[in-house]
Design a protein around this ligand. Sequence first.
Ligand code: ZN
Length: 124
Amino acid sequence: MDDLSRFCCLNAHCPDHGKRNHGNLTVPARYGPNKTRVLRCRTCKARFSERKGTPLFDARLPAARVTAVLAHVAEGIGTRKTARLTGVHTNTVTRYIRRAGQHARALHDELVAFSPDDPRSAVR
Ligand SMILES: [Zn+2]
């Protein structure tokens, strides 16, 4: 039995959107070399990858390699050093840093009830 307690329906129009551990998700299929799960919502019938919205979504690298890249970056190792140590291109490191940053922002917005305004977020 798959543990789906950390997942929720991602369809914004679904009545069960965002409800974790609600019992509305099933695993009708798997895909790719990592056997990534396809999740299906019983309420709205939407299907989506378990990786949707994460840095691993549509990743070409194996999950372990992406994790290694991000672990190096999280330890404060620069882009070029990370690229050399993990054997990927510097552009690849940058791409995953951006994805991880977007994911971290979305997670922050969900988990932190109130955070002060950041003037930097107004400038893009
Ligand atoms: Zn749904």
